[in-house]
Design a protein around this ligand. Structure first.
Ligand code: SF4
Ligand code: SF4
Ligand code: SF4
Ligand code: FES
Length: 821
């Protein structure tokens, strides 16, 4: 720490702080325009000028100048105020004064500073800019006439997002922010540039002219899409969530969001929201009262032969109630698709770590020395984790090793090493890496005493790098080097995602990854461990609440089989859309057809809900309170931002009534349910809504490592066919984002990505409609020719009803397909 004097106040600050940071830490406000704590200091705008006595009273920018011992600083002398006024006058010289129609009005740094410094006249004159406004994309409007050239947009896009869509172009007085070749913006549409722009140059188009900033009610919340657990501020007016508001201080991610978090919330106000319960009569769904619908449901649940499938978007409290309801109905068969999607987490990590949870947190990413990323482009599945990885690599020099079946954006980061393996061979590859570590004695001192060591050594005897090189398509030397890189890093973190439509992300993949961490002792210390990134916002919560098959219960796949065979008569589906998101559509459809009674609670009349006998209108996260648990077990509380839409009810309310109708006793409120959770769920002890506050709290993980020999199934290659990979695309998450305006503007339909080589071989051009056929069916998808896919591999995102990718995707680790025009 250093001692300094700011405005006659004796203060201290860390040695690494700038004058601006030191002042802020000590409650002294210095105005800034071009500075953002997430970006490297830039020093372009000169708003933050201060005087330093040791520098003969010269005015220097506070945001770029480091503190030194004994510094005497003044932040607002008459000369400084005069200088800041001049900065503002010069900025206002070319800037249009269109505050009355600018959406940034009330939230604009230039406007606020002009007011604060009372710049009511301008000593200078010049012409206003006449730049053409870019309305070319539906999400971001670019009006460079309002730009103050702070460079924040270009810097965040480069430094944090790593896309580099924006840059300074032209020189001198002509300088402006533009895209390549002065074209329209075509990027990831994460909106990070919009959020940091201090003026109205970059605006969120879906929000334009909807409300003035000051008229919005601001409610803090937690993102309802992926498991990263980003914090949000929802902007509300007239019971509608109109926008998300940037708060640079919010959450571990400091206000950063991805495209779906930033632009994906129109689904809350979507006209297609269900507002009344419906019961099927004479073959058609007809409106019914809540009483009628719930009495009917209770009657069916009392009849026995019940099973349940849930989305992993319910709150923790709702999961507990749903489980209680199933117990009252006499069923142990309930799943949040763990049987399909989360067995890496539920089965794999439980047997390797003794707990179905990650051992590391997202905050470990920037504290590590090496990240071993398996089968993911975090930028697509958990984009804000992608930002963390990018910052770790670029700012902290963290090394990045990637094992994947296709290339991704992470592989473009500086120094990233990617091994692209043949589809379905990832476990063999991980085993070979583990074997190198064993053979070269790169293990930690205690490794041999871990349970399962001898069995693992025996099981891996055949997995020499030379032996797996052939099937994985990766040469032995690269495998050896990969193993040495991982083992020699002092701190190393393994990251992989899990979720519906990530075939091959199963229990054995998790154990194969866990073995590496256990053997090398990279567990339980900062910057090391395993981070399993579950897909949806409360996938980890579903696991922690025990909403997956246990005690003889069936998993999602078996439940559907039981529906088809007639042994499950009543199926309760909460918020899930298996007809679109589960593999093998015809099997799912036949199973749902067969059950006597299909009950669906959902926000929308999804494809699954349209088949139901009873449809219960549920409400969104913005209309209820509860907790979500992120991938790293950060438990976060959120409360309602708006009143419930129509007559919808939260799943908590729905399950409560049903529990009572079945003779049970539901907790009186979500808070009471959470008190029960705190008393029973491992790691949640001592938590309460009040204690969670805005930061949330981590549920600690108690690891009991065991080495497990992963089973390896060698994929049978079907000659002449292509391997279909299914997964997530950046703008979407599950099937919910189909109802979000923003994601649908940018990525409105499914497609099939094909390598250049295969496109040439099959004479496919960009946009051609291809018929893709597998052993389970056939569907038509538009072709996208992509350099990131190896020959012999195609990729299709699974989110879209219209694309029906699950018609062809069987659920096996590798689905073999043919493509034709
Ligand atoms: S939206 Fe995101 S990717 Fe696009 S220019 Fe802005 S920061 Fe870059
Ligand atoms: S567009 Fe906004 S963020 Fe970008 S340089 Fe201009 S004022 Fe700064
Ligand atoms: S979808 Fe995930 S990464 Fe994107 S804002 Fe929401 S929680 Fe964050
Ligand atoms: S905020 Fe310091 S120079 Fe812009």
């Amino acid at each position: 720490m250093v001692n300094l004097t700011i405005d006659d106040k004796q203060v201290t600050a860390p040695k690494t702080a700038t004058i601006y940071e030191a002042a802020k830490l000590n409650g002294i406000n210095i105005p800034i325009l071009c500075h953002d704590s997430k970006l490297k200091p830039f020093g372009a705008c000169r708003m933050c000028l201060v005087e330093v006595e040791q520098m003969k009273g010269r005015q220097i920018p506070a945001c770029t100048t480091p503190v030194t011992e004994g510094m005497i600083i003044r932040t607002s002398t008459p000369d400084i105020v005069k200088a800041r006024k001049m900065v503002l006058e010069l900025l206002l010289l070319n800037h249009p004064i269109d505050c009355p129609v600018c959406d940034k009005g009330g939230d604009c740094d230039l406007q606020n500073l002009t007011y604060e410094y009372q710049v009511s006249a301008n000593r200078f004159t010049d012409e206003k800019f006449q730049h053409e406004i870019d309305y070319n994309n539906p999400l971001i409007e670019r009006d460079m006439n309002r730009c103050v050239l702070c460079g924040k947009c270009a810097r965040i896009c480069d430094e944090v997002v790593s896309f580099g869509a924006l840059t300074f172009i032209d020189r001198g007085i002509e300088t402006k922010i533009g895209c390549e070749f002065e074209g329209a913006l075509n990027c990831e549409f994460c909106g990070s540039c919009v959020s940091v722009c201090p003026v109205g140059s970059l605006l969120a188009r879906p929000f334009k002219f909807k409300a003035r900033f000051w008229a919005l009610t601001k409610q803090k919340s937690v993102c309802g899409y992926c498991g990263t657990g980003c914090n949000l501020t929802l902007g509300v007016q007239d019971n509608k969530v109109l926008t998300t508001i940037y708060d640079a201080e919010q959450g571990f991610h400091k206000g950063l969001l991805c495209a779906r978090g930033r632009f994906g919330y129109q689904f809350i106000n979507n006209d297609k929201r269900l507002t009344k319960p419906m019961v099927r009569k004479d073959g058609a769904l007809r409106e019914a009262s809540w009483d009628e619908a719930l009495q009917f449901v209770a009657g069916r649940l009392k009849g026995g032969n019940v099973a349940a499938l849930s989305t992993a978007r319910l709150t923790n409290e709702e999961f507990v109630l749903f489980k209680d309801l199933m117990k009252l109905a006499g069923s142990a068969s309930y799943d949040h698709s763990a049987g399909y999607a989360h067995s890496a987490l539920t089965k794999g990590l439980s047997r390797s770590f003794g707990v179905a949870a990650s051992t590391a947190t997202i905050l470990d990413i920037q504290k590590s020395d090496l990240l071993l990323v398996i089968k993911t482009d975090a930028y697509e599945t958990h984009p804000v984790v992608g930002f963390e990885i990018n910052q770790a690599v670029k700012n902290k020099g963290v090394k990045l090793s990637i094992l994947s079946d296709k290339r991704g954006k992470l592989g473009k980061l500086p120094g990233a090493k990617t091994l692209v393996h043949a589809p379905g061979t990832e476990i063999a590859l991980l085993n070979a890496i583990t074997k190198v570590i064993l053979d070269e004695k790169l293990t930690a001192g205690t490794a041999a005493s871990v349970a399962g060591f001898a069995e693992l050594e025996r099981a891996l005897s055949d997995f020499t790098p030379e032996a797996v090189a052939g099937q994985t398509g990766i040469d032995a030397a690269s495998i050896v080097q990969f193993a040495r890189d991982y083992a020699s890093a002092e701190k190393a973190l393994i990251i992989f995602p899990t979720g519906l439509a990530y075939p091959g992300h199963n229990a054995d993949l998790a154990s194969a990854a866990a073995n590496l961490a256990i053997l090398t002792g990279k567990l339980g210390t900062e910057g090391s461990g395993v981070l399993c990134m579950a897909e949806k916002n409360n996938s980890q919560g579903a696991v922690d609440m025990g909403f997956y098959p246990a005690n003889g219960g069936k998993d999602a796949g078996q439940i559907l089989e039981d529906c088809a065979s007639g042994s499950v008569k009543t199926l309760f589906v909460a918020g899930e859309n298996p007809l679109v998101s589960y593999p093998d559509r015809s099997k799912v459809s036949a199973a749902l057809d067969k059950v006597d009674c299909l009950i669906v609670s959902d926000l929308f009349l999804s494809e699954t809900a349209a088949m139901a006998d009873v449809v219960l209108p549920a409400c969104s996260f913005a209309e209820k309170e509860g907790t979500f648990t992120s991938v790293d077990r950060r438990v976060q509380y959120f409360k309602p931002a708006i009143k419930k839409v129509g007559l919808s009810k939260s799943d908590f309310e729905i399950f409560s009534v049903l529990i009572n109708l079945l003779g049970g006793q539901a907790p009186a409120s979500p808070a009471a349910a959470f008190a029960d959770i705190a008393a029973s769920a491992p790691g949640y002890a001592g938590m309460s809504y009040a204690k969670l506050g805005e930061e949330g709290a981590f549920a600690p993980v108690d690891v009991k490592p065991a080495l497990v020999a992963p089973a390896v199934v060698r994929p049978t290659v079907e000659q002449g066919k292509l391997a279909l990979l299914v997964g997530s695309v950046l703008y979407h998450c599950g099937t919910l984002s189909q109802y979000g305006e923003g994601p649908m503007y940018v990525c409105p339909e499914g497609y099939v990505e094909i390598s250049r080589a295969d496109a040439a071989a099959h004479k496919v051009s960009e946009g051609d409609l291809l018929t893709v056929t597998s052993s389970t069916g056939s569907t038509q998808l538009k072709a996208r020719i992509s350099p990131r896919l190896p020959a012999g591999v195609v990729f299709a995102p699974y989110h879209f009803e219209a694309a029906q990718v699950n018609t062809i995707w069987s659920g096996a680790a590798v689905t073999w397909v043919t493509v034709g025009k």
